[in-house]
Ligand binder design. Sequence first.
Ligand code: PLP
Length: 441
Amino acid sequence: MNTPIVDFVKKYAESGVSRLHMPGHKGVSVLGVEQLDITEVNGADVLYSPEGIILESENNATEIFKTAHTYYSTEGSSLCIKAMLAIATNGKSKTVLAARNVHKAFLYGAALLDLTVEWLYPEEAEHICACQVTVDSLREKLQLMAELPSAVYVTSPDYLGNVQDIKGLSEVCHSFGVPLLVDNAHGAYLGFLKESKHPIHLGADMCCDSAHKTLPVLTGGAYLHVSRNAPDNFQNNARRFLSVFASTSPSYLILQSLDLCNLELSDGFGVKLSKTAERVAKLKETLRTFGWSLLGDEPLKITVDCLKSGFSGEEIAVKLREQGVECEFYDRDVAVLMFSPCNNETDFECIKKTFLMLKTGRTVDRKFFKFKECVSKLSIREAIFAPQETVDIESALGGICAAPNVACPPAVPPVMSGEVITEDVIRILKYYAIKKIDVVK
Ligand SMILES: Cc1ncc(COP(=O)(O)O)c(C=O)c1O
């Protein structure tokens, strides 16, 4: 597989051309990468109307991911999520049906596009980040809706490694003629497992992947995938809506990284991934044998249910740090570890050592949340753009939430923008040691 963006920039950097264009560093090295940091100069193509090296590189990614087209983002999944919402609702109903554990990019996209969101709540949640949607609950909800939504939207995998039944959910969506959009920010690698678990291969119409989260790509590199089975207007509108929300100065460092990743993905990545997934599975087994309780079923993530094993997530994060390991996320209940083929033997050993030297046993029962449906007084757009103030949650009762407040961004917020703050909401926020909340003035 070729790497047209990398080749062009390398040649450009070596040419010694006088850079009478942006960026202001002119290729003079301070960080060490400036020579390779260019802008859309002659021959370097244009990200949202590509005809040259970017299109060629995206076509490589398209072939690898087996999509109708794979679009690059240098502004993460956050950009792709806003674009997905604009594409799916263009000329259609402004209502989207979404599982409640959305990332805040979804909420901001909904605010910018003035969408109405009908929420799918978790039946009973073990953690604030999880919101499993069953085939039956989705079918029932769609049957009850007076007007069908433009799209159903789920996050899978979530931050804890819970994976939704994308195949089942997409079949339900399609039986109603509604497309399924998936926030697959954590699952760019899923298509390279022995049996693909990538949402696009399981029936999703569109999804975003944060390439930078699980593939060897610089922070900010992401994909917007449109499925070969998606409605035609998805592909026709993708670039237009990506460019509505994107910067006009895409990072060529990130583009080169996405370009090089194609080479990596087409050259034995699946084999490396299988080995890593096997290692992670083995480590999970060892931890379970030693009494640790784990959550989620994502192959490259270990989520330790610390509380159930007698510790807080904070305690485990400190113990891991003492052994030279920094985890992805922790709160009072859980600690999340994310792996990739770039992790080495030492990483695995340090993690194993840390957990095996701690004695599990003082089990504490996990708290299950029953999220109550909240009442909306303002639209998401009105609440997000309204004048607001930050107040102690003690004095927020009866107020209208301006911005949701959760410990971890893609989680089920006890209350969303525009909704009324109840005693139940305050109780859950307190459990997560959240002391302040933004309310509409
Ligand atoms: C589930 C989920 N969706 C979307 C995002 C946003 O991704 P990015 O940082 O690539 O913009 C994140 C980031 O943490 C996430 O966890």
